[in-house]
Design a protein around this ligand. Structure first.
Ligand code: GTP
Ligand code: SPV
Ligand code: MN
Length: 588
């Protein structure tokens, strides 16, 4: 398979530890994958869906206690606790290895260990990095095949001496009390045990492409971010690229695949998708920031996805897709989730496997964090730059979250450092993407709170440093958006989804210097007349409200920001402190 000694030595060690009955190398061939699908169906690990309506599609149900990322069981094990910082869980590497080794000991007895060589990024791109995941789950193999580039080509690219990220996953008995998702950034190693769910086990995704990669990026001068990448094409056919960081289940997939309102579509506006979750960013030879999507598929939130809200995502799930924890319509073996349509199946298997009448059932038929794993090439609006090994040049970076109050619909940072501060002070209501309470506002800098593989204060410093390497006229402009502002009755004040195009147009016009803005305490706000509300049922007064800054509410938020930053002590970059002082003075 490979003559790479580092891979072979590590594999021997892991075999000795886990003691699998067989070892199978994943070569990326369709024959091998098809055989694995058949095997998973025969053991009940996967269910074959209606192959006429959903060709190549399968269903998987996880344990009820294993439906989301587990942030409290996710660790960053650097040599010192300081390096991991105050918001990551930490344990000394030696101690953690000892604990894990006892959990993995014999964990694959009687089972097969699959060896998955995979590339994050197009094979051979200067942005790309290689990982090898060992797992005892066919579900993981089949998901990794959709989400990353898998197989022999990757081993060829790795060569006999290339470095890779070591990823070990054992499903074990999915015991939540012994569940660990552990990263050793200094050893390029990830170890996951006792889970079989998404972000906990598809180790190329959050574990490698964000936690390990953010650490690599800090060392090597690039960035790994929880960002979508989209191309916005104007009627003249020019495309501008935008990255946007929103926390989990806060609208990245939706924005990345946006369909503009009819009248803008008629004028010739289009959105092209490059990525919906992760961006790797490097400064190019021309001094601009370039991005690739390291993934090859979408692991998207199912609930709320419909023909109306996200036509393109739904279209992407119509073939070769794995559905996890949605509901099944037993009459025709298709899938259903809340928000798909108003017609839940009567003859329904809800996500935990119970047979129910979906029309009268009280509660969720699909788990709120149920997901589809769909190949990116299925997406009708996938960009022709999707595989470009050099990436696309980024004009704007957008931060955003779920804020019922506080944050206006959109504003622009004054410059790069202020933009870093805007990202660093992000806050958002928690969602079902991670276990724990939902709807609680928490600080989530750059949407990376659960994903930074080192000290968050050093991460802020890295952002500032990256900005200093770019000329101000070449660096992306930085913005903040909030689609989730609510009125006093609790209704969303902004229609969102496709209508977010109106805000993207303002952002691009700002980048092109085509529109003026009003300088406020918090940055540049649009003039009400400059947000296009053609055909929208939204009054000038409502839009004024959406673009307003309530100084008292902001002052409260600033106090919370100050408290939050205090935990980083002297490691907090002085630029962040200065921006905080400026904001305080502006609000006085
Ligand atoms: P992860 O995959 O967890 O990183 O999430 P994501 O950021 O890609 O989130 P996604 O686009 O899947 O959106 C999650 C939820 O937000 C869905 O239930 C959507 O219906 C809802 N949503 C997305 N965009 C909007 C919007 O513009 N307005 C409103 N009100 N809801 C939105
Ligand atoms: C997220 O939670 O941000 C996701 C899903 O994109 S998972 O892969 O489970 O992390
Ligand atoms: Mn995500």
């Amino acid at each position: 398979m490979t003559d790479n000694k580092k891979v072979l030595t590590w594999l021997e060690e892991m075999k000795a530890l886990c003691r699998p009955q067989n070892v199978v190398w994943i070569d990326g061939s369709e024959e091998q994958l098809e055989a694995l699908r058949a095997e998973a169906v025969s053991t009940g690990e996967m269910i074959k869906l209606n192959q006429e309506k959903l060709p190549g599609c399968y269903y998987h149900r996880t344990a009820v206690n294993d439906v989301a990322r587990v942030e409290d069981r996710t660790f960053i094990c650097t040599e010192t606790e300081e390096e991991a910082g105050p918001i990551n869980n930490w344990m000394a590497p030696k101690e953690m290895y000892a604990k894990l080794n006892s959990l993995y000991d014999g964990s694959m007895e009687g089972r097969t260990m699959y060896v998955i060589p995979y590339s994050m990024g197009p094979v051979g791109s200067p942005f790309s990095k290689i990982g090898v995941e060992l797992t005892d789950s066919i579900y993981v193999v089949l998901n990794m095949d959709i989400m990353t580039r898998v197989g022999n080509d990757v081993l060829k690219a790795l060569g006999s001496d290339g470095d890779f990220v070591k990823c070990l996953h054992a499903k074990k008995d999915v015991n939540p009390d012994e569940r660990y998702i552990v990263h050793f950034p200094q050893d390029n190693t990830i170890m996951s045990v006792n889970s079989a769910y998404g972000g906990n086990v598809l180790l190329g995704k959050k574990c490698f492409a964000l936690r390990i990669a953010s650490y690599q990026g800090m060392k090597e001068g690039w960035m790994a971010e929880h960002m979508l990448i989209l191309g916005l094409e104007n009627p003249q056919g020019e495309v501008k690229y935008i990255c946007a960081a929103f926390p989990s289940a806060c609208g990245k997939t939706n924005l990345a695949m946006l369909i503009p309102p009819e009248y803008l579509k008629e004028k010739g506006y289009k959105v092209w998708t490059i990525g919906d979750d992760i961006a790797w960013l490097r400064i190019g030879e021309d001094g601009r920031l370039y991005a690739i999507n390291p993934e090859a598929g979408f692991f998207g939130v199912a609930p709320g996805t419909s023909e109306k809200t996200n036509f393109n995502a739904l279209a992407a799930t119509k073939k070769n897709t794995i559905f996890t924890n949605v509901a099944i319509n037993n009459d025709d073996m298709t899938v259903w989730w809340e928000g798909l349509d108003k017609n839940p199946p009567e003859n329904c298997t809800e996500w935990t496997g119970k047979q129910v009448n979906g029309k009268t059932y009280e509660g969720n038929l699909a788990n709120p964090n149920s997901r589809f794993t769909a190949p990116a090439v299925n997406c009708p609006c996938i960009s022709k730059e999707f595989e470009n090994p050099q990436g696309v040049p980024i004009s704007a970076i957008v931060f955003g979250g779920r804020r019922a109050k506080t944050a206006p619909l959109v504003y622009q940072a004054r410059d790069w450092n202020h933009g870093v501060f805007v990202g660093a002070t992000m806050a958002s209501e928690t969602t079902a993407a991670a276990t724990g309470a939902v709807g609680v506002v928490r600080r989530d800098p750059m949407a990376m709170k659960p994903f930074v593989g080192y000290n968050m204060a050093d991460y802020f410093a890295h952002w500032i440093e990256m900005g200093a390497k770019m000329d101000a006229d070449k660096a992306p402009k930085i913005f903040h958006v909030n689609w989730f502002r609510k009125d006093d009755e609790g209704n969303f004040m902004w229609p969102g989804f496709g209508d977010n195009m109106r805000v993207l147009n303002w952002i691009v016009d700002r980048c092109d210097g085509k529109v003026d803005a009003r300088e406020s305490e918090i940055g540049f706000l649009p003039e009400v007349k400059d947000i296009d509300t053609t055909n929208l049922d939204i009054s000038e007064a409502q839009l004024t409200e959406l673009l307003s800054v309530d100084k008292a509410v902001w002052m409260e938020d600033v106090q919370d920001q100050e408290k939050y930053f205090a935990q980083f002590g002297d490691r907090l970059p002085k630029e962040i402190k200065e921006e905080l002082e400026t904001l305080k003075n502006n609000l006085k």
